[in-house]
Ligand binder design. Structure first.
Ligand SMILES: C[S@@+](CC[C@H](N)C(=O)[O-])C[C@H]1O[C@@H](n2cnc3c(N)ncnc32)[C@H](O)[C@@H]1O
Length: 242
């Protein structure tokens, strides 16, 4: 897996795309390392989840970039968020980050279709920190169903923060449902919004790339939010509900 990642990275460079990369990738740009070193302050639990995922899971590239998680934590504290939607659990790194940033009565609803990586890596670590563990509800099942259930149960406008980081084909649907569930002043973070830089390539775009690019265009035209598309991690589209 690591060899494939390095090969793909070299391909990106060969096509002249500027660096879009999570800080934990081995080839990472020195500027990214510099920014990360100065600003990312993970807790002991967050560091353990990151390291155990990188060392033990073949799909570690899916891990939330520490600089993205730090930015999300900063937003949570800035807006006083107490209710967060975490779409795409994997080993629980993003869920643990949001729970860490919240007060003791905060709640993170983390969604995934599989708990295999969570059960083998993240959960045993999170269980050692009862103050974090009690804030997270890990929900198994397709995220769209979970979001629809929330909407049907009258939860629209009641959530403060959403992190979109699951299957790319549903990105636009996730964004639309998150806007509905968010209160005014709430924040959405759409991860992988530059998808390794592939959103600006004209040729050989995968379905995932096309849907991410379409979602970026949709957000940019959406009058219910203000947005910022930034080159942090694998690209992050921030949307602030008006
Ligand atoms: C990129 S990983 C999430 C990483 C995590 N947010 C973090 O920061 O480390 C994407 C996850 O989305 C999950 N996923 C894929 N399709 C899904 C769906 N339809 N509903 C919910 N989760 C899904 C995958 O099983 C995978 O664990």
């Amino acid at each position: 897996m690591k060899k494939i990642v390095i090969f793909l990275s070299l391909l990106y460079y060969a096509f002249g795309v500027s660096t879009v990369s999570k800080s934990f990738r081995q080839h990472s740009d020195p500027i990214i390392s510099y920014c990360t070193r100065l600003t990312v302050k993970p807790t002991e639990l967050e560091e353990k989840i990151t390291n155990d995922t990188i060392n033990n899971d073949n799909w570690f590239v899916m891990l939330g970039a520490p600089e993205v998680l730090q930015l999300g934590k900063n937003f949570i504290q800035l807006i006083g968020a107490k209710k967060a939607l975490d779409i795409g659990t994997y080993t629980g790194a993003s869920a643990a980050a949001w729970a860490t940033a919240m007060p003791s009565d905060g709640k993170v609803l983390s969604m995934d279709v599989s708990h295999a990586s969570l059960d083998s890596i993240g959960k045993p670590l999170i269980n050692q920190y009862s103050d974090i563990e009690k804030k997270i509800d890990f929900r198994l099942g397709p995220a769209l169903e979970t979001l629809d259930n929330l909407i049907n149960n009258g939860e629209s406008g009641k959530w403060d923060f959403c992190f979109i980081d699951a299957d790319k084909v549903n990105y636009k649907n996730y964004y639309i449902k998150c806007v509905q569930l968010l209160r005014s002043g709430g924040v959405i973070m759409v991860d992988n919004a530059l998808w390794g830089g592939s959103v600006v390539r004209d040729q050989w775009q995968s379905l995932d790339t096309r849907i991410i690019a379409e979602t970026n265009e949709y957000i940019s035209q959406d009058n219910s939010t203000n947005s910022a598309l930034i080159n942090v991690g694998d690209g992050l589209h921030l949307a602030f509900k008006k």
